[in-house]
Unconditional design. Sequence first.
Length: 328
Amino acid sequence: MKRFLLPTISFLLSTQLSFGFEFKTCSYKGVSTRCIKDLSYGEDERQKLDVWFPRATNKKIPMVVYIHGGGYHSGDKSMAYKSGVMRPDFILKMGMAFATINYRLSENNAYRKSPKNKYPAAMADSARAIQFLRYNAVSFGVDKNKLALSGTSAGGHISLWLSLHDDLAKTRASDLRRESTKSSCTIMLDAQATLNIPELIDLLGPSGWELAKGAPGVYGLTQEQYLAKPKYWDRVLKSSYEEASAIAHLSPDDNARVLMSYMMGYGLGDSHSPEHGAYLTYGLPHELKNHYNRLSLEELGLKSRLLVQKPQSVVKRAIKSHLNACFR
């Protein structure tokens, strides 16, 4: 994907160094603010992130991390600048820092669960990015305990996965690996609850569901390869399906506060359909919940809100309220 540059952003007005990081003074829609661009959080060329900061303050501030979509096989951190909702300016106006991250894509990083390949690359990279941001929170002037995860489509699912999955922190490590990978505050936009392919088909309906490239692509398959031998792949990839699916990690010890918003209505059989949100929130349809032995947010008493086909102004107000409730 070509790098997207906002016409309203002007970089390199000035720079300053803090704890080894180069902060640039940037102009965003006519307002001067600080940012760090293309900061590496790992050795792979995809493992980079941008961070935006509001005006300087004497207190540590919350941070919102945006994870881009693209079906796990495409996309870039610059998609945050094109987002209708989760753009930097929206978050900066609330006095919060904003980060947007890249991760390795599925086309070159097929996932098959094994001792050496425990997690999908997108999840593993996003977890490392969160650890990097928390490890350097003092340099950024950020409160590492006030970090929200957000994302669209695949990015929303990754955000949910990190919030529900057991913490990947290695507490005895002396580097960034000791930092938590979890967040109690999650914002999902047009996102999936599961990457379990037969569960997806059952949830969205075989007649209205055209198998999206993203789900089989996570496991290194094309649509044609999966559909040629679905029973075989469902058997071979059963443990991989479960590990990759956020809803599979929902448990009684979670404390996630989740906001979900979907632009589409019900019954369209699309990977962005609100059936995902209803399934996660209420366990609907019940027969599917029981078949896959799933828990729901409602069942666990976790705070959540599901918005379906609401105007952007309503969604933005809900996000603002959600973040303020998380960080108060």
